[in-house]
Design a protein around this ligand. Sequence first.
Ligand code: SAH
Length: 209
Amino acid sequence: MRMVQKLGALGVRDPRVLAAMSAVERHRFVDSALVNQAYEDTSLPIGLGQTISKPNVVARMIELLLAGHTGADGRLGRVLEVGTGCGYQAAVLSRVAKEVYSIERLRGLHDRARDNLRHLRLANVHLLFGDGMAGFPQGAPYAGIIAAAGGDAVPPQWTEQLAEGGRIVAPMVMAQGRQALVMIEKTAGRLVQTVLESVHFVPLKSGTA
Ligand code: SAH
């Protein structure tokens, strides 16, 4: 609850996001040696050189997605997450979206996420192993696409698989090699890109391992 209060103080306002963040126990997704840091606003290692994102960044990105196209019930339709990692963000997304397709390119983390999520029995989370740079056409079109890894550009497959009225929220490498959060909206077939605050995510890589 302290973590969620802090998110509120940091500017996260959407009650749907705050409710989802208070429902998912972040300590279940990190190594036992890091459990005492699980509710701090910090990224933490999850193995294979990857990290679980800061709670504030997870909340911010989901808030941006939810400000796009939701159903009458205030939920997003289908969402694609690129970079499952430990599965934490997928669990949070499962509370604000009807279906979550989450893809991971590292077999070890894909398996770990499956273990981490098993006890939650989230019937609307679909964990996929593969290269998320190609998106996941079988689940398209998506109301939202969220990436937890940053590349030099947003792959064209993501914008193709985005529904009308949908949003992509992703880190992207800008000039000078610095990353910024980027939001792309599809309205009337047009793509509108907004560059937001600077962020620090692991790199988006192609292929699987
Ligand atoms: N959302 C995750 C964050 C994991 S870090 C969580 O809550 O834990 C980002 C993840 O993106 C890493 O696990 C990395 O392996 C993965 N990744 C990087 N490039 C990818 C790609 N092309 N397709 C799928 N996953 C990718």
